[in-house]
Design a protein around this ligand. Structure first.
Ligand code: IVH
Length: 675
């Protein structure tokens, strides 16, 4: 060997593996990709010129051996067993009791605790510090040799970082796909119109069992070590946690989330702590694993059947379950978007019983090929809406159900359905004439973050729309007690409460009102920006594209949606009716305060004991309120003195608040806007 080139080969291999370690194990890259690529090419060139220098642990050997015909079988010297599961605190308590009894221990036992990775079990064999073979678990006694695929996993070191490697080390751990790589893989598959993987574990399993390692290399798998299957030539430290530290020092990836805790309280504390972290971990886990920390204690406890007595897997409620699709319905949303929804045989998943799951849109149903009668995987993770992730293979003996088709007319109103080129959403073209859209628009209008109409839920909205009492949000403000009390399950009291809720929703700040209108693309924040920028609704309605583009974060799409909304005559009419109903207050962003009574209408009747009519009027107007001559649905307060006349009777009939002079004066003392 020529000394210089030989030295360089060693140096390049070290540089490349260091970079791998920093990037894939520590997640802390220090070398630019271009530099890394140059090193790899230089090493490849040197090895090509000196094939005798090539070793299997060279980083050039990670990518790209040709495809295999099949995997050869590997017998595990030490079997790869499984863990017993615990699903409740009671089962954890029982596990800890068995451990203490087995060890004849009075006090608390120390446990090494770690995530239960949701991937596939793997064993890696290192001889004198060099990776020689890796295999799947198989039946626990015999697995498949997937060495070529494992070499493509950059987190797996091809050489252990130690001057004194053990003669033999069998590392046990889990191969998995990081969530970001899984998302990217499925995104690419979607773009290519290919079949999607149902979850990261299936994607990892499918990738590891590829006969062509070049495909595995593209899939970007990851690995975590969680123990050892055997060691020859070094003495192990006395605890599992110290063994894990040693593996980490050898540059094997181990979970950052591992700890040592004491007793059941320690276990349960870790379980909830890890549960809270779960949603933000970069990989999927399905529980926590508890292991008696002292290796001597582990040995004493030993195994029962095919599982250790010294360890247990404490599982979180499954986030995926199987169930059957009973029907596929199509729901119409506020903006007319049609969403296919799978009606499911009830199934307990992610901690709740799920009966519906979204299928997102037509393309998604096609891609997953979900049909009525199919057995499907339902997923509910955290607070995310349940979804159908995929179907199980159908029984070829049974007749094939017909594929889902998006209806061509709206299931709610019968109007034509339109799907624009390049859009995934199909929409009902009927706008607010469609009762479903109307209902959703009303619910949005009344929502807490919009006009906040207390007591107006979906059952009521259904009835109000179905009985023709309410078509637009403006109609809410002219509802009367008889109309409401006549509805199903509506007692006088709840009818009064609803009316009070509607009334209280008057004079909301402009931003809320804009949000409540349900203009497409205009969420809460944009509504606030628009209100601040324009100050009043008239200015917003009059704004053209250019004026709208001046508003922070408003781009061409949002601007187009806003101008289209206000151009629509139906919308103009509804807004005018809402204006008459005094649904909002303009000018919240104006420098001059509009006054606490802005938007409120008073009617004066009879003779007040101390104030003249003109004095009362002046006080109201000084606070921005209005004084009207007659009582109507738009009246907020009637101020009544002696000998009031018919206005008072009318006010009582319309359920309008009546004030005497004392109550009237108190409005001014409150310092708050009267309601
Ligand atoms: S220790 C004797 N630790 O869970 C078995 N297993 O049911 C010792 N797993 O097939 C296994 N994370 O693939 C252990 N931190 C962890 C684990 C873990 C995931 C898997 C493993 C095994 C299955 C056991």
């Amino acid at each position: 060997m020529s000394g210089e080139a030989d030295r360089r080969v060693g140096e390049l291999r070290r540089l490349i593996e260091d970079a791998n370690y920093r990037y894939y194990v520590l997640d802390d890259p220090t070398v630019p990709d271009a530099e890394y690529d140059r090193w790899l090419r230089e090493l490849q060139a040197l090895e090509a010129a000196h094939p005798e220098w090539l070793t299997p642990d060279s980083p050039t050997q990670r990518v790209g051996a040709g495809p295999l015909k099949d995997f050869s079988q590997v017998a595990h010297d030490v079997p790869m067993l499984s863990l017993n599961n615990a699903f409740s605190e009671g089962e954890v308590v029982a596990f800890d009791r068995r451990v203490r009894e087995g060890l004849e221990r009075e006090g608390q036992v120390d446990y090494a605790v770690e995530p239960k990775f949701d991937g596939l079990a793997i064993t890696l064999r290192y001889e004198h510090g060099v990776f020689v073979r890796g295999a799947t678990r198989g039946d626990g006694y015999t697995g498949e040799d997937v060495s070529a695929n494992l070499r493509t996993i950059h987190a797996i070191p091809m050489r252990l970082e130690t001057p004194h490697p053990p003669a033999l080390l069998e590392v046990r751990g889990e191969v998995l796909m990081l969530l970001r790589d899984f998302d990217k893989l499925n995104q690419d598959a979607r773009n290519q119109g290919e079949k999607l993987f149902v979850n990261p574990r299936n994607a990892a399993a499918g990738s590891l069992r590829q006969l062509d390692p070049r495909i595995t290399a593209k899939r970007r798998l990851h690995f975590f070590a969680y123990g050892i299957g055997g060691v020859v030539g070094v003495e192990l430290p006395p605890t599992h946690s110290a063994v894990m530290d040693w593996l980490a020092a050898l540059r094997l990836p181990v979970a950052k989330e591992r700890r040592v805790v004491s007793g059941v309280n320690g276990l349960m504390g870790y379980f909830s702590e890890l549960g809270e972290q779960r949603a933000s971990l970069p990989f999927a886990i399905d529980g926590a694993v508890y292991k008696v920390n002292r290796l001597a204690d582990q040995e004493k406890l030993g195994f029962v059947a095919r599982a250790p007595r010294f360890a247990i897997a404490h599982k979180y409620p499954a986030q995926e379950e199987l169930t059957v699709v009973e029907a596929i319905d199509v729901q119409v949303g506020r903006t007319g978007v049609l969403t296919p929804v799978a009606r499911l045989k009830p199934v307990f998943v992610g901690g709740v019983t799920v009966t519906n799951a979204t299928l997102h849109n037509e393309d998604e149903v096609r891609r997953k090929d979900v049909r009525v009668g199919d057995t499907v995987i339902v997923r509910r993770a955290g607070d995310v809406i349940p979804e159908v992730v995929g179907i199980l293979p159908r029984d070829p003996q049974k007749p094939l159900p017909s594929p889902f088709a998006m209806p061509t007319s709206c299931p709610e109103c019968g109007a034509p359905v339109l799907r624009l080129e390049g859009e995934s959403a199909a929409r009902c073209t009927n706008g607010l004439a469609c009762p479903a859209q109307r209902k959703q628009a009303l619910l949005h209008f009344a929502a807490r973050r919009a006009m906040d109409i207390e007591g107006l839920g979906d059952k009521l909205v259904d009835q109000l729309v179905d009985h023709g009492q309410v078509a637009t949000p403006a109609d809410l403000y002219s509802l009367n007690i008889e109309q409401i009390a006549g509805l199903e399950r509506m007692a006088q009291k709840s009818a009064e409460n609803l009316l009070a809720g509607i009334k209280a929703s008057r004079h909301r700040p402009l931003a809320r009102f804009i949000f409540a209108l349900g203009i497409r693309q205009v969420g809460e924040q944009t509504a606030r920006d628009l209100a601040r920028h324009f100050g009043n609704l008239g200015a917003l309605m009059a704004a053209d594209r250019e004026a709208l583009l001046q508003v922070p974060d408003v781009g061409p799409v949002v601007a187009a949606s806003i101008t289209a909304f206000f151009r629509e005559s139906h919308n103009q009419a509804v807004i005018e009716a809402l204006r008459l109903a005094q649904a909002w207050v303009d000018g919240e962003a104006l420098p001059v305060s509009p006054g606490r009574f802005a938007g409120l209408t008073f009617v004066l009747t009879g003779t007040l004991p101390n104030l003249t009519r003109d004095q009362a009027k002046a006080r109201i107007e000084a606070e921005g309120g209005k004084v009207a001559g007659s009582v109507s649905g738009k009246t907020d307060f009637v101020v009544a003195g002696a000998d009031p006349g018919s206005k008072l009777a009318k006010a009582a009939q319309l359920n309008i608040r009546i004030l005497d002079e004392t109550a009237f004066s108190q409005l001014f003392d409150q310092g708050e806007r009267p309601t």
